[in-house]
Design a protein around this ligand. Structure first.
Ligand code: KIV
Ligand code: ZN
Length: 502
């Protein structure tokens, strides 16, 4: 059985999804969860891209144990040096450097010829190798690169010290059969290929990222680059949960498996969705809300007789458990802490205490607290940033024949500011009052509300995405009152924008 390495790029390529940007503390939470999930390599960011990226890589490298921590770097001296500086504290580190190799990119974007691209690639792999043993090279736009030249570049970078060569389908152009043949040709034609692991990095523009990655595995690839929920540039990347569960479910066919602890998949998916504000479509394979919902009478009949009739994966395999009543109004801090650790959360005392205060408040309003409610509370806690603005109080009124009006009080420093505004609906009125108080110029990109569990007393979860000066952030709020959840989500997003500016 071959072991396929999982290289997770949620924090780098995934973060390139519009609106999915994460701050350092959010990235750290995701990285810790990726470590629990058992990924082999975490691409924690692109060190030279921004001070935020640099800090996130440095923090993750210093705090997350287990996986190799990696930084992306263009094939440029300053990028590689910066990647090294960011990775210095990581016990296991990798520099991933890349250069385009397709004629389209070389002619129109780089304006250099093939020889020059090859020289730069080799030189920068050598430079990266002078800093770290573990160097990965990607010939960007590989699937639109002349195969002879691609093999020449691969051979040269392996000679220069790359121990992983990644074949990116940068624009999501290839199809499974063609991609499998490409991987096989590389294995047949590159003399020193046995000195490196072949990785693949597939984008999903034609909806084929997972299929292409699996076809590559069948043809000898030993590393898959992927993201949680398939987030990433444009249509996204290969979805980790899909490729991992395909390998696990069809081990018989692939004769390959990964180190992934599949029971951590659901929690990873929910955490990334909450933090990035990118909701998962209900019919998404493996992690969609309907992935295990059987509607047809014939299917239900078969399932009742024997699960294997219509179920190829059990929900438990991916850590999806039936909603169960766990805690209530009379539960104490210890029960809360114990349940958190049973759910796999590793929080500081302060985080537990803050989440417990909110738990008690919710328990006063809602009789039964389910695991999903606890997850929402904790996710709210981990997406918190320093509060430039904090909600003190809020009132609103609206009705069938009444203009909605909201009064909001917000604490800014030591001052409490109150404003009343009218709106097209109660949420609009609340957001207008918050906008007036905070003086924000941000644009509302997305407002989404969902009930976490069933029942009219369910906890409502709101995700609110804002954009200002080309920076977009997602705020998160949970409350039994969806208007309060909305205000919290909006204020959380404003706090994140403020934190970025400071
Ligand atoms: O899609 C791509 O080609 C990339 C590279 C940097 C590997 O993300
Ligand atoms: Zn990519």
């Amino acid at each position: 059985m071959r072991n396929i390495r999982i290289f997770d790029t949620t924090l780098r390529d995934g973060e390139q999804s519009p609106g999915a940007s994460m701050n350092t503390s959010e990235k750290l939470q995701v990285a810790k969860q990726l470590a629990r999930l058992g990924v082999d390599i975490i691409e924690a960011g692109f060190a030279i891209a921004s001070p935020d990226d640099f800090n996130a890589i440095k923090t993750i490298g210093g705090e997350v144990e287990g996986p190799v921590i990696c930084s992306l770097a263009r094939a440029r001296e300053e990028d590689i040096k910066r990647a090294w500086e960011a990775l210095e504290d990581a016990p296991n580190k990798r520099i991933h450097t890349f250069h385009s190799t397709s004629d389209i990119h070389l002619k129109f974007q780089y304006r250099i010829d093939r020889d020059e691209a090859l020289k730069r690639s080799v030189k920068m792999v050598q430079l990266a190798k002078s800093y770290v043993e573990d160097v990965e090279f990607s010939p960007m736009d590989a699937t639109r690169t002349d195969i002879g030249y691609l093999c020449e570049v691969i051979e040269a970078v392996i000679e220069a010290g790359a121990i992983t060569v990644n074949i990116p389908d940068t624009v999501g152009y290839t199809i499974p059969n063609e991609f499998g043949t490409l991987i096989k040709s590389i294995r047949d034609r590159v003399k020193n290929i046995d000195n490196a692991v072949i990785a693949v990095h597939c984008h999903n523009d034609l909806g084929l990222a997972t299929s292409n990655s699996l076809s590559a595995v069948l043809n000898g690839a030993g590393q898959i680059e992927c993201t949680i929920n398939g987030i990433g540039e444009r249509a996204g990347n290969c979805a980790m949960e899909e490729v991992v569960m395909a390998l696990r479910t069809r081990k018989d066919l692939f004769n390959a498996d990964t180190n992934i602890v599949t029971e951590e998949i659901t929690r990873s998916s929910r955490l990334v969705s909450t933090i990035t504000g990118m909701t998962v479509q209900p019919n998404k394979a493996i992690v969609g809300a309907n992935a295990f919902a059987h509607e047809s009478g014939i299917h239900q009949d078969g399932l009742l007789k024997n699960k294997s009739t219509y179920e190829i994966i059990t929900p438990e395999t991916i850590g999806l458990h039936k909603t169960q009543f766990v805690l209530g109004k009379h539960s104490g801090r210890n029960a809360f802490r114990t349940r958190l650790s049973e759910l796999g959360y590793d929080l500081t005392n302060d985080e537990i205490n803050n989440a417990f205060v909110r738990f008690k408040k919710i328990a006063d309003q809602k009789k039964d607290i389910f695991d999903e409610d606890i997850e929402a509370l904790v996710n709210e806690e981990v997406t918190m940033v320093t509060e430039t603005f904090s909600l003190v109080d809020m009132n609103f009124s609206s009705g069938t024949d009444k203009q909605p009006v909201a009064t909001v009080k917000i604490k800014i420093g030591s001052e409490i500011v109150e404003k009343t505004e009218q709106g097209d609906g109660p949420v609009d009125a609340i957001f207008k009052a918050i906008t007036t108080i905070t003086g924000t110029k941000s644009k509302l990109l997305k407002y989404e509300v969902k009930a976490i569990t069933g029942g009219t007393d369910a906890l409502g979860e709101v995700i609110c995405s804002l954009e200002e000066d080309d920076t977009s952030v997602s705020g998160h709020g949970a409350d039994t009152d969806i208007m309060t959840a909305s205000a919290k989500a909006y204020i959380n997003a404003l706090n994140k924008l403020a934190a970025r500016k400071s």
